[in-house]
Design a protein around this ligand. Structure first.
Ligand code: SAH
Length: 363
């Protein structure tokens, strides 16, 4: 059988050379680009402003394909976890999180994760591979199509009067270890003629892979940045995050301070709070000293527990006190509320293989 290639995931330049090869004018590439990423047509057949003959010619060797949804798990709080099965059998997860004023999609960039942070279920599950651009963008397309703003003739259009989409690259994997596919996806997500996600509504979370972070700073359009810190000093961070040996906490913070955030926003420093490990007043004071003078804000994330995670959540008092010390030290701080815990969709609970994940706990 002839090889059928996926149009979804191709950027403008690739579409242009494809149509060039077919002897078609450049504006056809632009039409298809818009169908793929602005109108998000699920098939070539629905690209109705292309002549039927051209659609048939295209369909002989190409298709539009998003990752296959294996399962949707619905949380009592409205959060939906999507489990996707990829062509090689790898599984990845995305999470849809409805909020009052926005709707967040949390997406993955790798199947599994090689970083092995001690408190994260994805790392404990192991690493399989980098995702391709179409697999990254496809998660967004599937979730958006599942929660359409306005539906017209089976194709989903954006409507400005609805809660805006917010996208966080905080699912499985380390995005800056999959730089090319991640940045190619970011460009299409932020392109006004494609998904049109405002850079302020797109956040990339990373442990701080320094050479890649430096490259990202040079991109003409950049997303918000969240840095996974999780410790207030090098020794503690090394215990929790093996990557500390390659890219140290001080260097990572120094790079983050130079990161040009969209519209003068702030870098977020994520801090998973582990009961009795990194949650003492002394840690909080150390964190104040570490971040002094930086424009960043700290997001405290009380540990989302799972049987395989060898840590316990902090007490509410410890989090309050930690928060109070940061605020008193002039560090902007917030506490993240866990969503979708009952379906293991909360931060750090995304797992490589569904079969290996513990049974969902009733809430
Ligand atoms: N590799 C990137 C992207 C993954 S984001 C990064 O580390 O930033 C995943 C976020 O989930 C991390 O910031 C981490 O703070 C958080 N996380 C991981 N395990 C967690 C857990 N068990 N409980 C709460 N948050 C967790």
């Amino acid at each position: 059988m002839e090889h059928i290639s996926n149009l979804f995931g191709l950027d403008r330049a690739s579409l242009r050379s494809l149509f060039d090869g077919l002897g078609e004018p450049a504006y056809r590439a632009q039409q298809v680009y818009s169908w793929l990423y602005e109108k998000r047509a699920p098939s070539i057949d629905q690209m109705t402003d292309l002549p039927r003959a051209l659609r048939e010619r295209l369909a002989a060797a190409h298709e539009v394909r998003w990752p296959e949804v294996m399962e949707r798990a619905h949380s009592v709080d409205g959060t939906v976890k999507f489990l996707f099965k990829l062509d090689d059998g790898a599984t990845i997860e995305s999470v849809f999180i409805p909020e009052e004023r926005r709707r967040t999609i949390c997406i993955s960039t790798q199947a599994g994760c090689p970083l092995k942070c001690a408190f994260c279920l994805t790392g404990i599950g192991g690493y399989k591979r980098n995702l391709k651009s179409w697999e990254i963008l496809g998660q967004v397309a599937v979730v958006m199509a599942d929660h359409p703003l306005t539906e017209a003739r089976g194709i989903h259009f954006r409507a400005p009067n609805e809660a805006p989409w917010n996208i966080v690259i905080m699912g499985m994997g380390e995005p800056l270890l999959n730089y090319e596919a991640t940045v190619a996806s970011l460009r299409i997500l932020m392109d006004r003629e494609a998904f049109a996600i405002s850079p302020r509504k797109l956040t990339l979370s990373t442990v701080g892979i320094l050479p890649a972070l430096e490259k990202l700073m040079l991109e003409p359009v950049r997303p918000n940045l969240a840095i996974s810190l999780h410790a207030s000093n090098k020794a503690l961070r090394r215990e929790l995050m093996p990557i500390e040996d390659r890219y140290g906490i001080e260097e990572v913070i120094a790079a983050a301070r130079r990161y040009p955030i969209p519209s003068g926003g702030m870098v977020t420093y994520e801090y998973v709070v582990l009961g009795g490990v990194n949650d003492s007043p002394a840690h909080a004071r150390e964190l104040v000293r570490l971040l002094r003078g930086s424009k960043g804000k700290v997001n405290l994330i009380p540990l989302n527990p799972a049987p395989e995670i060898p840590f316990a959540p902090p007490t509410a008092q410890a989090v309050d006190e930690f928060c109070r010390i940061l605020a008193a030290g002039d560090v902007t701080v917030s506490v993240r509320r866990a969503r979708g815990q009952d379906i293991l969709a909360a931060c750090g609970q995304l797992h490589l293989k569904r079969e290996a994940a513990p049974a969902p706990v009733a809430s």
